[in-house]
Design a protein around this ligand. Structure first.
Ligand code: NAD
Length: 296
């Protein structure tokens, strides 16, 4: 298939590479010359604008940082909607707010292009390995059409409901993840301060009712899990600033439906504090540093 792919960052770069490995022809666009060069070396055609990238595409995929970038890439004069042929389906895998996803879907629908929001979980490791989970907001027929394309980048495709519901699923998952990481950090730090061996504590938690992904796969306490970001200086994971963005999306979405999210709002402030202290580029499990005393 001819695929127009826009946004070749930490996630989009490997996703595009996997689509080419799966036999698709890619035309790509990004603002980064380096990212374009990497994709070109792997066999992609480099376009001059989003519009240029999609003019001959049979499917369009975007993987951009946030809603403002998605709006610009789809709606600007040299954007996707200005170049795409009617009927061509489009997938946005960026994590953005459900309202923007619906707005793009409406604009696309007016010119006969079906649009799906399909944010992912699985991180950069999943993007590289082609094992991402896609949470898809689309009608049933569009979901079935897109499944074979998504299979080139991921292992699980979950149909969440109509447009926007993929983003709702993603935001709610990351709300819980952001909160659970703070809980694990607080518990691990207290245990260590009270004098239990952190490895012993982690192994108890991981076979008890406190077990969760933040404890058994990404434990924030250094050297408890050798492959976790906490054991390599909190590098190479899911950046705290991206978690902060996702908690902001949850807080905004909650405000729209007047739904209180007490712990989510507090979690947002804690990651904001981390970001203000210059730690926003570290893996979000570095939130444990907020519990550090002078001796740490
Ligand atoms: P990134 O910042 O590494 O990549 C974004 C890319 O978009 C960059 O290459 C940038 O140059 C490009 N870009 C920005 N504006 C553009 C424009 N106007 N036109 C063309 N290209 C443009 O981000 P990422 O880590 O790849 O994340 C992408 C999305 O996936 C985000 O919404 C993020 O929240 C989500 N996500 C990330 C992870 C993760 O672990 N990194 C996991 C799940 C979901």
């Amino acid at each position: 298939m001819d695929i127009g792919f826009i946004g070749l960052g930490n996630m989009g770069g490997p996703m595009a590479a996997n689509l080419m490995k799966a036999g698709h022809s890619l035309t790509v666009f990004d603002l980064s010359k380096t990212a374009l060069q990497v994709a070109s070396d792997a066999g992609a055609r480099v376009a001059k604008s989003p519009r240029d990238a999609v003019e001959n595409s049979e499917v369009v995929i975007t993987m951009l940082p946030a809603a403002a970038h998605v709006m610009a890439v789809y709606l600007n004069d040299d954007g996707v909607l200005a170049g795409v042929r009617p009927g061509v389906p489009m997938i946005d895998s960026s994590t953005i707010d459900p309202a923007t996803a619906k707005l793009i879907a409406e604009a696309a629908g007016k010119q006969g292009n079906p649009f799906a929001d399909a944010p992912v979980s699985g991180g950069t490791g999943g993007a590289q390995a082609g094992t991402l989970t896609f949470m898809v907001g689309a009608d049933e027929a569009l979901f079935e059409t897109l499944k074979p394309v998504l299979a080139g980048m991921g292992k699980n495709m979950v149909h969440c409901g109509e447009t926007g519901t993929g983003q709702i699923a993603k935001i709610c998952n990351n709300l819980l993840l952001g909160i659970s990481m703070i809980g694990v950090a607080e518990s691990m730090k207290l245990g260590a301060s009270l004098g239990i061996d952190p490895n012993k504590l982690a192994s108890i938690i991981n076979t008890s009712t406190g077990r969760c992904w933040s404890a058994d796969t990404c434990n924030p306490y250094p050297n408890v899990l050798p492959n976790a970001p906490s054991s390599r200086g909190y590098t190479g994971g899911f950046g705290a600033d991206l978690m902060l963005k996702d908690l902001g999306l949850a807080v905004d979405a909650a405000r729209q439906v007047k739904q209180p999210i007490m712990l989510g709002a507090l979690a947002q402030q804690l990651y904001q504090t981390m970001s203000m202290q210059g730690l926003g580029g570290l893996d979000f499990s570095a939130i444990i540093k907020l519990y550090s005393g002078k001796e740490d």
